[in-house]
Every structure is written in C-alpha cells, then in structure tokens.
Design a protein around this ligand. Sequence first.
Ligand code: PAF
Length: 284
Amino acid sequence: MPPAIARSVASLRSLVAGWRAAGERVALVPTMGALHRGHITLVEAVRQHCRRVVVSIFVNPLQFAPGSDFNRYPRSFETDCRQVDAAGGDAVFAPSVEEMYPAGFATEVRVAGLTETLCGPFRPGHFDGVATVVAKLFIQCGCDLAAFGEKDYQQLQVVRRMATDLDLPLTILGVPTVREPDGLALSSRNAYLSPAERAIAPRLYAIMQQAAAALEAGATAAGAEAMARKALKDAGFNPVEYVELVDAESLARLDRLRGQARLAVAAWLGQTRLIDNIPVPSAR
Ligand code: PAF
C-alpha cells in the first residue's frame, strides 16, 4: 500500500493512534525532502525496530538564515513519496508552514552549549530552528524512535540533548553517513554543485582521512587541522570555516586525540557549503 499522506497534525495523530491501538511501535524519520540514499538508509534502520514508519517532509524556514537557500532548497515531493513507498514507509507527514507555525507562534527551543561550537557561530539561530521543529515533530508524532544521520553530527547531538532535557519518551538512533563511491557524503545540497565542483568535492573526505591518520599517529589537533586547512584551500575550498577535532559526545575541542573523537569540517565550494565529519579513531 502506498504511504498515507498526512498534511495536518490531526490526521497524523489519528493515523498513529490507530497503529498504537493495534500495539504497533512507531518510528519517525524527520527530513526536509529531496530524499536520497542516506534518508532511505534511515528508513531501513528504523524498520528494524518499529512496525510503522513515518517520514516527515518539511523544509523548515526557522532553520534558514534570511537570504540563505530556503527558496532554492530542492523540493521533489512526488519522487520523495515514491521513494518512501519503495522503502516500506507507512506515512508521509508533510505539513504546510502555516500548519507548523500558525499565526501567533512564539515558542523557541534552544539547546545551550552544544550549539555554540562548530557550525553554531557560522549559522546563528540554525540549531534553535532545528531543535524547535524537531521537538514539535516528536510531540506531534508521539514516536517511539527517531533516526538522524551522523552526517549532521552536531545536529544529532543537539537533538539527543533536547530529547533528554525535555523528557521526551523516545529513543534517538544515529545512523552512519552514507557516501558516494568516491567518498562524498550524500546530501541534498550536493545537487547545487557544478560538474567541476562535484569533481573536487570528494577531496574533503580524503583530506579528513589524511588528517585523522595524522592524529592517530600522534599529531596535535592544531597540526592536523592546519594541514587539512591548507590541503582544502589548495583543492579549491574557500572559505574553510572550520576543521576541528572534538569530543564525540560533548563536542568540546580537543588538543590531541583522546577517547572517542570526531573530526569535523565545514568548507565552501563555490556557492555550496559542505559539511562532513568522521570518527577518530576510525574503528569503533
Ligand atoms: O537534517 C534535516 O534534514 C533537518 O535539519 C531536520 C532534522 C529534518 C529538521 O528540519
């Protein structure tokens, strides 16, 4: 059966209530649409745990800065629904902006600390918009489980903190990044890359791997970060916003490899901002 399409919170709730009455567990995969294999991997991951899967598709204006890519963000609803169908999803929740943020909407969810590093200073307000919409989606859906890709690792940690702090009764599943064969992390924004930029883009992952190898061999974070910054600039990334070794849980900056860490990068290729991160050490 093709997935049910719910446009309102009321219709989503009535679908979920029916499943719950039958004793079925419900998972949510929050997305902004333009689905790719990374999103499908999230659907497949939650299906291991829950009988029912809802995929939300909502391009959330709250998490875009004024003048950023909200208007040109790729939208492909029909194709997305077909992909959800093929992946075995049960429902697509696709509210309008008015349904999500009716007139008078005035509440913001803000996670301190974790949002102040890495992408935080470069995208003021972004994580407040993410935390607000994700909190609403969790409450609207009443899901048992929700999955997020490790590609947006800081987002994953922010959502985990928010769900814990607000006592939301669900489990958050982090799913490893899905990559193209050449190493480029899948992202809806890869569609913005010109063919020439697309050819350069996989260097990001290759350079991160070199920096991670240097860290594992004993290099300081400052040394490995400087090496990666230079290699990225030489490859054509400009500006390089950050290259940082951080603790995998707190996202606190590390001066050398200690415990479970992530090496995280944000850099621009033409008009496209790419982010990526890898676990260091790589074997987990
Ligand atoms: O990762 C995304 O696509 C978005 O930030 C999310 C989690 C769906 C919230 O709008």
